[in-house]
Design a binder for this molecule. Structure first.
Ligand code: BES
Ligand code: MN
Ligand code: ZN
Length: 504
């Protein structure tokens, strides 16, 4: 699927040779409409009540005189802000499901400020036409090949357009890997996917196996992997977009390719959904795919501890005590609280990069699904500035999160008589006690944790990965890149600073 950006008036859009034209119409029309097939139609349909106000209200037309595309869909976009644009595009795409639509015109230029919505409009287009086919050859593959995005000013929309394109790539990487069943997405296969990303410009991949992980002393990670015949992998991705001396952002993704619960086995109902337990890892892969396309001026390291959590004669048992890479010992009271065990060693490893921030992304707790549902990811951080930056990135990218508390009292339940800590506390505040466990491994790091258990995939008939939180992460990284170029251009070396500022 490809995108093109064009500067289009409604008149020019009407002349576009395409299979369909989707026109976003704000509730309030700005001034008297210019005469033209499209604008006259909108005015008349509005006046006669055929195109009601309200986000997502649709009028579907066929072979309209003066409009070259055979199918024309008008859709209300309310106030024209990104949230309304996303809803409107989804509603419009829902009536354009015909397989014959290969080329689509998407007209945004009637919206007052059409540049803010470009990226979300593109993402909504991609979301609506997405089709998973890897293990379902009978599924209809995506027909849509080209979307021509029409805006009032190409120059103003360019950065949003580039970001939208990269986000579509990134979200679809994440969806593809998260959607694959566990036998088509083993730890080794995830490592191969990361190696494939490593062939893109600016990206390098490194993969460690069981022996190297043992040598590093990652006893908590190894304990989880023990019950499976699939060997664990520890994946490191490097994206270099800035000077070597620039401290990287480290992203750590939980990569449990299947979570049976281990000896503390889960009930059978819906256990298949635990193939999505590598959603954090998938979002890290997707973010790197987007970085390779967008090439922002920042360094990013991705860490993915990946293995299966299986019950077996060799599996770790409730009560077993293991030594983490940090040296702290852990009593594994519940083998189903495995995510924190693989993450804690990866977080210890993260310190070696002297990061400006470390963000782990994990489908960590059912408790977070109970707390926040499928709308917002749980955000936990020891640093207010980092938390604020992530919250803002979530709002701006329509991939929101909500900050949760980290009071020390929540760590009480993690005390153990037989180790430095247990891996579970009680049922109460389960997403917070999980975060408190992780906090014990992040010492002085500027650290944040995103619990995406409720947001990474959808259940029921729409079962499938959402690709979240790739938009949030990319938005944060883009903001960080511009913050650091701004900071660098404040420095006295005038010549170099000027250069960087222009680049930004
Ligand atoms: N992968 C699960 C978390 C999960 C559960 C995500 C349901 C999405 C939906 C995680 O490994 C897990 O099993 N967590 C346990 C922790 C408990 C044993 C303290 C949970 O949430 O039940
Ligand atoms: Mn589990
Ligand atoms: Zn899990």
């Amino acid at each position: 699927m490809d995108f093109e950006l064009k500067s289009f008036s409604p008149e020019q859009a009407a002349l576009l040779a395409a299979d369909a034209l989707l026109v976003l119409v704000p509730d309030a029309s700005s001034g008297t409409p210019l005469p033209g097939a499209l604008t006259v139609l909108i005015a008349e349909a509005t006046q006669r009540g055929d195109l009601e106000a309200g986000v997502g209200k649709v009028l579907s037309c066929y072979r309209v005189e003066g409009v070259k595309a055979p199918r024309l869909v008008l859709v209300r976009a309310g106030d024209g802000k990104p949230a309304a644009v996303r809803k409107a595009v989804s509603a419009g795409m829902a009536v354009l499901k015909q397989p014959g639509i290969k080329k689509l015109g998407l007209l945004l230029s009637l919206l007052g400020n059409d540049t803010d919505g470009v990226s979300v409009a593109m993402q909504a287009c991609a979301e609506a036409s997405y089709s998973y086919t890897t293990t379902k050859p009978s599924a209809k593959a995506r027909a849509l090949q080209l979307v021509v995005v029409g805006v009032s000013q190409v120059a103003a929309a360019r950065s949003g357009f580039d970001e939208g394109k990269a986000l579509v790539t990134g979200v679809e990487w994440a969806k593809e890997w998260a959607n694959r069943p566990a036998n088509h997405a083993t730890p080794s296969m995830l490592a191969d996917a990361a190696r494939k990303l490593g062939r893109k410009p600016g990206i390098k991949t490194e993969v460690l196996g069981p022996r190297q992980v043992a040598a590093l002393g990652m006893g908590a990670f190894m304990a989880v992997a023990k019950g499976s015949i699939e060997p664990l992998r520890f994946i490191t991705l490097h994206y270099s977009g800035a000077a070597k001396s620039s401290a990287p952002v480290v992203l750590v993704g939980k990569g449990i390719t299947f979570d049976t619960g281990g000896i503390s086995i889960k009930p059978a109902a819906e256990m298949d959904e635990m193939k999505f337990d590598m959603g954090g890892a998938a979002s890290v892969l997707g973010t790197f795919a987007a970085l390779a396309e967008l090439r922002p001026a920042i360094n990013v390291v991705g860490l993915i501890p990946t293995c299966e959590n299986m019950p077996d004669g060799q599996a770790v048992k409730p009560g077993d005590v293991v030594t983490s890479m940090s040296g702290q010992t852990i009593e594994i009271l519940n083998t189903d609280a495995e995510g924190r065990l693989i993450l804690c060693d990866a977080l210890t490893y993260a310190a070696r990069f002297k990061p400006r921030s470390v963000i782990d992304i994990a489908t960590l707790t059912g408790a977070c699904v109970i707390a926040l549902g499928a709308v917002r990811s749980g955000l936990f951080s020891t640093r207010d500035d980092l938390a604020t930056a992530l919250q803002q990135a979530g709002e701006a990218s329509l991939d929101p999160c909500w900050r949760m508390p980290l009071d020390d009292e929540y760590a009480e339940g993690l005390k153990s008589n037989f180790a430095d800590m247990g891996n579970v506390a009680g049922r109460a505040g389960g997403s917070i006690t999980a975060a408190k466990f992780l906090q014990k491994f992040t010492a002085d790091l500027p650290w944040a944790h995103l619990d995406i258990a409720g947001t990474a995939w959808k259940s029921g008939t729409a079962k499938g990965s959402t690709g979240r939180p790739v938009p949030l992460l990319m938005h944060y990284l883009m903001d960080e890149a511009s913050r650091s170029t701004a900071a660098a251009s404040d420095k006295p070396t005038k010549k170099a600073a000027g250069k960087r500022a222009r680049k930004a």
